[in-house]
Design a protein around this ligand. Structure first.
Ligand code: APR
Length: 313
């Protein structure tokens, strides 16, 4: 039985952290790809040299050639540019859509059976682009956003109460923007509804912080978060590779669920060996439903803006 092959498209801050986690967790052989010469090769070699210390013996290759991702079982995509001063959201969308089209075409041609996790922002548009270009079954294309946003919600609730993060369950739905929806009615602490433990105004503040959590890190680091998004994507990859049947909030293609058709939106899904095996529908309070619909409306706008940069078919 061959080891699984994990291709990381983009070897920047998140890509490097993904490789580190894949090696430590012994998920399979690793290919780091990037367009910058030397970057994936250097990270691969650095990591390989940590193998004797940690005892991981997977193959770790750094490359600028797409041929090396041939037959990958999992592809995790972080390739893209961050927003620079003076750049509009549309400018970023145009640049990253172009990159995503190139990445997706290469995944389609070289790793046709892969489970693909997209992390690049703007996430909801990029995962849609990946799906449109690869035409992979919807079970095998998914966006990472909800696992991270939910982890942030859990972390902040745990900090507020002085309890272990392990005791806090939470989900964040909708698009991966400032209008994401932390779902208060499903947030529990060891089974106790969070509203019994934290006053509404404090919960409002915590949820506002969740929505701005990416920006909070950028303000501190001057680059975007990388540990937590990498951990989130690895949880999704592990659920697939180990057929864990874990329920995780992810951007999945909806075809009627939640009254949404044809858009990738963050919802709870079951991830197992067949990929996104099921979308789980949950009841939302009227206020949560309204917030969810508003978030979906923004996803729709973003996707329509992205579509004009797709190549004509
Ligand atoms: N093909 C492959 N890689 C590319 C391409 C391309 N066409 N264009 C750029 N890249 C690479 C860059 O060279 C860089 O190494 O993508 C990498 C992105 O890495 P970082 O800039 O360090 O960004 P990172 O923090 O890893 O975030 C990546 O994930 O969370 C999102 O907003 C974040 O969109 C960003 C993405």
């Amino acid at each position: 039985m061959a080891r699984k092959k994990i291709a990381l498209i983009g070897s920047g801050m998140i890509g490097g952290t993904l490789a580190h986690l894949c090696a430590l967790k012994r998920l399979g052989d690793i290919v780091l790809f990037d367009v910058v010469e030397g970057l994936p090769q250097g990270k691969a070699l650095d990591l390989l040299e940590a193998g004797p210390i940690e005892g991981f013996d997977c193959r770790i290759v750094g490359t600028n050639k797409y041929d090396d991702i041939e037959g990958a079982d999992v592809c995790i995509v972080t390739a893209g540019l961050p927003r620079k001063p003076g750049m509009s959201r549309d400018d970023l969308l145009q640049v990253n859509t172009k990159i995503m089209v190139e990445v997706a075409s290469n995944i389609r041609d070289r790793a046709p059976d892969a489970f693909v996790i997209v992390i690049t922002n703007p996430l909801d548009a990029m995962v849609t682009c990946m799906h449109r270009i690869t035409r992979f079954p919807k079970q095998r294309v998914v966006g990472q956003a909800g696992v991270l946003d939910s982890a942030r919600y859990r972390a902040f609730v745990a900090m507020e109460l002085g309890v272990s993060v392990d005791s806090v369950q939470a989900i964040v739905l909708g698009g991966h923007g400032d209008d994401m929806v932390p779902v208060r009615s499903y947030c529990h602490v060891a089974g106790i509804p969070v509203e019994r433990l934290i006053a509404p105004e404090r919960l409002d503040a915590i949820e506002a912080r969740v929505r701005q959590a990416g920006g909070e890190i950028v303000n501190l680091l001057k680059i975007s978060a990388y540990y937590s998004p990498a951990h989130a994507a690895i949880q999704m990859a592990e659920a697939y590779l180990l057929d864990r049947k874990q329920i995780l909030p992810c951007a999945a293609l909806l075809e009627g669920e939640y009254g949404v058709n044809g858009f990738f939106v963050g919802v709870p899904v079951l991830i197992g060996g067949r990929g996104v095996e099921r979308v789980i529908e949950i009841d939302l309070s009227p206020a949560e439903r309204k917030a969810f619909d508003a978030s979906v409306a923004h996803v729709r706008e973003l996707v329509q803006a992205m579509e004009k940069f797709l190549p004509a078919t």
